[in-house]
Design a protein. Structure first.
Length: 222
């Protein structure tokens, strides 16, 4: 059995998913053993704002077509509501597992054309499946994030932007000891705050469900 798994995993149409699967298994093991944070040590952030408020941007006149498509694609995969590492792990596991089963059943001769054809079909099929599998977790992670926000002092604290912040959208992290808590933020109209800048949290806009932030000079923290 293990010899067959190794044999199929090394084929050109499977090696990509096999390597990613191995990486995630190793990182998960390290996380469980050492107690490292749930992000598995992966610094994966997006330069786009992904939440329920981007509807106005998708297909709108204010953004580029590629940006709107990427936003819509990420929302479809529940990225933003569910941690991106978890979504990627789900897609990788599905492609690797289903790919092994399909090739064992229909491509025992390791035909490259058939292998790549099934790999493409499998990838397209696993996207809606991963959305379905991660959908129930949206409420869990939303409640978890809200609990984290309730446990720390938000207003008046300093955060670091992880996307460009505008008057309608943006994301930032606030540090609570060793933990980073993600916040949906925005700034005053007519200005923007670049990614990686420090900002002070002024208030919460309950209507937009975002924190209003204002940039502060980085040298204040040196």
């Amino acid at each position: 059995m293990w010899n067959e798994i190794l044999e199929y995993s090394q084929q050109s149409y499977m090696i990509f998913w096999s390597v990613l699967m191995l990486i995630f298994v190793v990182l998960t093991t390290i996380s469980l053993v050492s107690g490292v944070g749930a992000d598995l040590g992966l610094d994966l952030d997006l330069d786009i704002d992904i939440d329920g408020d981007v509807d106005a941007d998708i297909g709108g006149t204010g953004g580029s077509g590629s940006g709107s498509f990427l936003q819509a694609f990420c929302i479809f995969l529940n990225i933003g509501s569910v941690p991106i590492t978890f979504v990627i792990m789900t897609i990788v596991a599905l492609n690797w597992g289903i790919g092994l089963e399909l090739n064992q059943a229909f491509n025992s001769s390791h035909n490259i054309f058939i292998g790549w054809l099934m790999a493409g079909i499998t990838f397209c099929a696993t996207l809606p499946v991963s959305k379905f599998l991660t959908w129930p977790l949206k409420k869990f992670f939303k409640a978890l994030n809200e609990d984290e926000e309730d446990q720390i002092k938000i207003i008046g604290n300093i955060c670091e932007t992880i996307t460009t912040v505008t008057h309608t959208s943006g994301q930032a992290n606030i540090k609570d000891g060793p933990t980073l808590v993600g916040l949906m933020v925005k700034c005053e109209e007519g200005i923007s705050i670049e990614k990686g800048k420090k900002a002070i949290i002024l208030e919460k806009d309950e209507k937009a469900n975002r924190y209003v932030v204002s940039q502060v000079e980085d040298n204040l923290f040196n």
